[in-house]
Design a protein around this ligand. Sequence first.
Ligand code: ATP
Ligand code: MG
Ligand code: MG
Ligand code: MG
Length: 562
Amino acid sequence: MKQSMSFIPTLREVPADAEIKSHQLLLRAGFIRQNASGVYSYLPLGQRVLQKIEKIIREEMNRAGAIELLMPALQQAELWQESGRWYSYGPELMRLKDRHDRDFALGATHEEVITALVRDEIKTYKRLPLTLYQIQTKFRDEKRPRFGLLRGREFIMKDAYSFHTSQESLDEVYNKMYEAYSNVFRRCGLNFRAVIADSGAMGGKDTHEFMVLSDVGEDTIAYSDTSDYAANIEMAPVITTYEKSDEPLRELEKVHTPEKKSIEEVSSFLNVPREKCIKSLLFKVDEKYVLVLVRGDHEVNDVKVKNLFEASVVELASPEETKQIMQCSVGSLGPIGVNAEVEVVADKAVQAIVNGVCGANEEGYHYIGVNPDRDFAVSQYADLRFIQEGDPSPDGQGTIRFARGIEVGHVFKLGTRYSEAMNATYLDENGRTQTMIMGCYGIGVSRTMAAIAEQFSDENGLVWPVAVAPFHLHLISVNPKNDEQRHLADELYEKLQNDGYEVLYDDRHERPGVKFADSDLIGIPVRITVGKRAGEGIVEMKVRQTGETMEVHVSELNETIQ
Ligand code: ATP
Ligand code: MG
Ligand code: MG
Ligand code: MG
């Protein structure tokens, strides 16, 4: 690609509203431009990086036996109503109406569409297992779109879904996907870690997130300094210390007050399996506490709780009230005594509900799906706290350390969450109707691009790993007005492309300083400069990552690039 004819608008100044490296550099180097908050155009260089990442993903998905398709972004509300998520997803789901006043959503994810698709087409066990994937634009009206591509409102995701007749089959595909994800992020050059993403999965293997290690990551990873244990503290290890009580453990399943909403009601409302239902929950997000209730209007100690029923999230009026509510709401957790600011984070709260950490609003009003030893003490005066650095690792090996991570991928065993709600069944070998078992697997493609930029840069600009670089070589003619230089550069441009290299050719009539600065900013792995010694057939080669330079005769160029 000739730079004179391309569209690479570089910037010298750091854009004022870009807080982090990747965002600043992707803007400055002309890879992206913002259109609206959380909405971006990918300029030619950005588009090329995306395509490289997508190619790696496609290769790994195909190798793992997944089949590509493409589903609509525009999705009818009925599907989301069937799954129940029309009511539980909250304001992050972008909703709209068509001219006939019918409700639609822009796909935040595609469990509903794919479950309906497979339900309508697959009727027999003989056609299962089946794993389908797509690479597509997703929409989420994030509360705080920020950090450029890291948290967009429109972003590109690879999402895969698998359908099974047995748990073993799901496990098998899940493991394959886990491997494929590791391969993808490794091939992208990333320093990452797969972590447990769910409290229900402590020690289990039901959901993992792939985290790129980075100080700007919004997630905190708790990992053991001696073993493989690693988990997202957002979801995972709620560690409790408590005064041991002589009280016997209560049978949590059996104690609840009949006139209140029953677990069954909550379960059918949320479309969440019974054992995962809870009534209330205390949840910590970004150092703030969120109280989530899963039923209608509440009044606790005369404090009115405004209930966003759809989002299943309760907004609490003031820190004072919060404290009060928390103290009486989390009866089984004991007095928390926090003076926390409360923030409603719908998606995380809903995730948390589905994951079933338990709390209670009143004495004797408890819910199931909890692990008393792990989640809280049953003592009325238990003291709950979240895992901290220095705690013993939950696997018993080593000590907990914290690191920050960017979630670039997430694999999840869904079980029958969607297939049950949406009636996705098949006939087994004995002609009996069975519910399909599902898994889902997502990669943030555009977020991965930003994560790479975050990990690979220096003070002069981006430093792309070869596998995802927009081009392999950056060819620069220092002075195109000089015939010798221009001819040699033109010749090399043709030759190197014929040799299979992707070449960005800076043939612009700009000052050398501008060209070199742009070149460093853009960050193509190898730069070839045609300058003063063009007459002798000698060019300068520079490795972007190390800064190492050498003079090379064009006849030896190919060997040297290797
Ligand atoms: P987060 O915790 O960052 O909000 P998520 O858990 O809501 O992400 P998933 O539903 O697991 O996201 O979606 C799969 C993948 O899509 C994520 O692992 C992430 O890489 C990507 N992703 C999610 N939300 C965004 C976003 N707003 N912008 C860019 N990528 C995103
Ligand atoms: Mg999210
Ligand atoms: Mg997440
Ligand atoms: Mg996730």
